[in-house]
Ligand binder design. Structure first.
Ligand code: XUL
Length: 528
């Protein structure tokens, strides 16, 4: 019998499913469901609820639950052999939090298949909406927690990161301060990942070491809740958090809701989920320390595996637990594909092909033109007041602005990843924009490193499926090896290697000095 595993990824804009066959080493099914299109009644835009305050970004947790029903119905309709799936795992957009009341555990244990998940869950939330990773409204709480923990360096070395606006701890503190009664009524706080895992398992699921590290609450080295951080965040927090556990660990059999409603195998195991970035590390096969990938998605991320836990003294980068048991580093740039899309809209460019063609008509270095594309508040560098800044760049020159945005995004990555002290031998490029060769050439030239395209459109969901397989094999005492497990699932696209152009690389070695100065000038202006 084929050994099938299901991975789900609950991201900002969509819920994706990937089914892998471990014996043929193939992805046998993949599907995505876009929240705005499939569930328009929630009124989200790109998966986020509109808000008058541009710094506040929330999403409805019920939308994620409804999407889970929909994707299972879709899999059933598409003839996926749900009865043969051995384990389910998943990943979620990181940092987002779900607030549950004292009815949650009971409801989860008794999900009625005759009702929808939305109907089942109607009374379990202590807060209707979930702050997500795009939220930047907690600068004050970040400062308060950081101060109590003894500053940037100490906060980063204890929790893996400095306090960040989107991290769950500062978000919890804001909730506690603004709505103390609702906070008091909250009996359980879940991450997006552990919330979705709880639905599958029919009980409150643990938080894993990957996603848990994105909260400013977990001791990054000991991998347990850090009591100083909990105390600095909100009272009685320890009573509201689930235990921590490695991702992929078996929680129990899947809830009978999914068995009776969709025909999922009653013996299928529900396992602990992780964050989308840790899952992508697996999905992209970044198992050995020093391997690096750049994902060009809603946010652009620069990430890789790390042997020892080394934190960023300046507090810009993050260290998370990796599903393989070690660590991973990550730097997240919020103005990724949505910012590129803004430029495309601004200059009326019909599609991405045309965007790439325009970039190719311009010269590396853009004649010294620099664009700082902070359409949204930025995470790295920290920018709380959105704004677009141009230096020696003609606003009316569409082609130059197309080049400028990507050059800036790559120079920012190069500049802000220096703390990792890793000189990658090669970079794997993934995510929507990685199909564009003109952009990948800029990546190779700015980073002065060869770039290989890897076409795993759903790397997080794939990683999640493999994480489920790892958990299942571990529970069966099979002692699985990660390297063997991921082999064959994600190979760079043949002949996709792009080498840096020596002349262009020299231009960027100089231009990055100007970029650095422009960034400091803009930041000084914004912060004064
Ligand atoms: C990582 C981060 C984003 C989200 C996107 O720290 O905030 O990459 O995980 O889903």
């Amino acid at each position: 019998m084929a050994r099938l595993f299901l991975g789900l990824d609950s991201s900002t804009q969509s819920l994706s499913a990937v089914v892998v066959d471990l014996d043929s080493r193939k992805v046998i099914y993949e599907k995505s469901l876009n929240f705005d299109h499939a569930l328009p009644h929630y009124g989200t835009r790109n998966g986020v609820l509109p808000n008058r305050d541009p710094l506040v970004k929330h999403s409805p947790p019920l939308m994620w639950a409804e999407a889970l029903d929909l994707i299972f119905a879709q899999m059933k309709k598409d003839g996926v052999a749900l009865g043969k799936i051995l384990a389910v795992s998943g990943s979620g957009q990181q940092h987002g939090s779900v607030y549950l009341n004292d009815r949650a555990a009971d409801t989860l244990a008794n999900l009625e298949p005759k009702k929808s998940l939305v109907e089942n869950l109607a009374g379990v939330f202590a807060r209707k909406t979930s702050p997500i990773w795009m939220d930047s409204s907690t600068a004050k709480e970040c400062a308060e927690i950081r101060k109590k923990l003894g500053g940037i360096k100490y906060t980063a070395s204890r929790t893996g990161s400095d306090t960040f606006e989107r991290f769950t701890g500062p978000q919890i503190r804001k909730f506690y301060k603004a709505e103390p009664k609702a906070y008091e009524k909250t009996t359980g706080i879940a991450l997006v990942s552990s919330f979705m895992a709880s639905l599958l398992a029919g009980k409150i699921a643990p938080i894993d070491f990957g996603d848990g590290a994105g909260m400013n609450l977990m001791d990054i080295r000991r991998k347990n809740w850090n009591h100083d951080a909990l105390k600095a965040t909100a009272p009685s927090l320890i009573n509201k958090l689930p235990p921590l556990a490695p991702s992929g660990r078996v929680i129990g059999p899947v809830s009978s809701y999914f068995v009776r409603k969709f025909g999922l195998n009653p013996e299928a195991l529900a396992t602990v989920w992780t964050g989308d970035n840790p899952a992508s590390v697996i999905g992209l096969g970044l198992i050995k320390p020093g391997q690096v990938a750049i994902s060009l998605g809603t946010s652009d991320t620069f990430f890789g595996t790390m042997e020892k836990c080394q934190t960023d003294e300046n507090g810009e980068g993050h260290v998370f637990g990796s599903p393989t048991g070690g660590y991973m580093t990550l730097i997240c740039f919020k103005n990724g594909s949505l910012a590129r899309e803004k430029i495309r809209e601004l200059y009326n460019i019909s599609d991405w092909k045309r965007f790439g063609e325009l970039v190719a008509t311009t010269e590396p270095g853009n004649n010294g033109g620099i664009l700082l594309p902070w359409f949204e508040a930025e995470i790295v560098p920290r920018v709380n007041r959105p704004g677009v800044h141009r230096f020696d760049l003609d606003e009316n020159d569409a082609a130059a602005n197309c080049r400028a945005i990507f050059e800036a995004q790559m120079m920012s990555m190069r500049l802000h990843s220096q703390w990792m002290q890793v000189a990658p031998k090669q970079i794997l490029a993934t995510g929507g924009a990685s199909n564009d060769l003109a952009l990948l050439q800029i990546m190779a030239d700015v980073m002065n490193c060869r770039v290989l395209r890897i076409e795993v459109s759903k790397s997080a969901a794939l990683g999640a499926a493999l994480q489920g397989a790892h958990g299942w094999l571990t529970a069966a005492d099979k002692n699985p090896q990660w390297e063997k497990l991921v082999a064959g699932f994600s190979q760079p696209v043949p002949n996709s290697e792009i080498r840096p152009d020596k002349k262009a690389a020299r231009i960027y070695d100089k231009l990055i000095e100007k970029y650095t100065a422009c960034e400091s000038e803009a930041l000084d202006e914004l912060n004064c």
